[in-house]
Design a protein around this ligand. Structure first.
Ligand SMILES: [Fe+2]
Ligand SMILES: [Fe+2]
Length: 289
């Protein structure tokens, strides 16, 4: 029996009509971001809902056991974006046969008000934690047991940034501590594979776009040989290794970016972890050769 796990990210659903209402529109970060969105960003993701529906079709054709989603569903974290996106995302996550796990992206937590909206609208039954007592008040880290030999742990690295030029992330210190404790628990440490997922890449590349406390995170992960790291944020699907280590890292890219649509499908056969990339061809998702 193999275990099938799908990882996707960065859907960036279009901003619904009427999403902007005062005082939302007066937030300086949103004004500039809206201008940027109108000028160039929106068109690359205009068909994001079609891509999400395409993913649903794929999941119905080729069901998976678990879905891991690394955030950036929205653009500005507005209430109307949340109410429109919530049932869409819930539908996709519910297609996993066993369960799902999700983390927010920086575009979901665009301003301070967005965090409460995230918890209100994106608390999907399919994505609750199997170990809720291990979570800090942020609601993370979350744990998903995946059979006897595999586990997924989600931690949050996204946060609101007031200045529009700053889209950096940070793992809260308490969450980092909680993550370290989780990784040391015997029932987790002894698993064959530990999928560790967050929105930001596991490095600090670019102080204004990367993970500010990446070094502390990497110290925590050093020397552990059963990790598989998953992230989004970069909108370019890729696979690489942690420096000086055999720990693989997968960036899911963006599900919906025109001409770069992507996801990862992991299949586990005993010890072997097989990763295949999903790609958009002839208006449907399929697996790359
Ligand atoms: Fe994104
Ligand atoms: Fe992002």
């Amino acid at each position: 029996m193999s275990l099938r796990i799908l990882h996707f990210s960065d859907v960036h659903l279009p901003v619904p009509p009427g999403a902007y209402r005062p005082p939302d529109i007066l937030h300086p970060k949103r004004l500039l971001a809206a201008l940027n969105y109108a000028l160039r960003r929106g068109s690359k993701y205009a068909d994001a809902l079609q891509k999400l529906n395409g993913l649903n079709d794929f999941l119905r054709r080729e069901p998976v056991d678990y879905i891991l989603y690394t955030g950036d569903t929205l653009n500005f974290g507005l209430q109307r974006e949340y109410t429109v996106a919530a049932p869409r995302l819930a539908e996709t996550l519910a297609l996993a046969r066993q369960g799902a796990l999700t983390v927010p992206g920086n575009h979901d937590l665009y301003t301070r008000a967005s965090l409460a909206l995230y918890h209100k609208y994106f608390s999907f039954p399919a994505a609750h934690s199997d170990l809720p007592e291990a979570a800090t008040p942020t609601g993370y880290p979350r744990v998903r047991w995946m059979g006897e030999e595999v586990v997924a742990i989600a931690f949050n690295s996204a946060r609101p940034n007031f200045n529009f030029w700053n889209s950096s992330g940070r793992v809260p210190a308490r969450e980092l501590d909680a993550l370290g404790q989780l990784l040391n628990r015997p029932e987790i440490a002894t698993r064959r594979h530990i999928f560790l997922m967050t929105h930001y890449p596991f490095d600090e590349a670019g102080r204004l776009h990367g993970l500010r406390n990446a070094r502390a995170l990497l110290r925590l992960l050093a020397g552990r040989e059963n990790l598989v790291l998953l992230h989004g944020h970069n909108h370019r699907p890729s696979t690489y290794f942690l420096p000086e280590s055999s720990t693989p890292i997968y960036c899911a890219g963006s599900l919906s970016k025109v001409n770069a649509e992507a996801f990862w499908l992991f299949e586990l056969f005993g010890d072997t972890l097989n990763a295949r990339r999903g790609t958009w061809r002839n208006a449907r998702f399929c697996l790359a050769d």
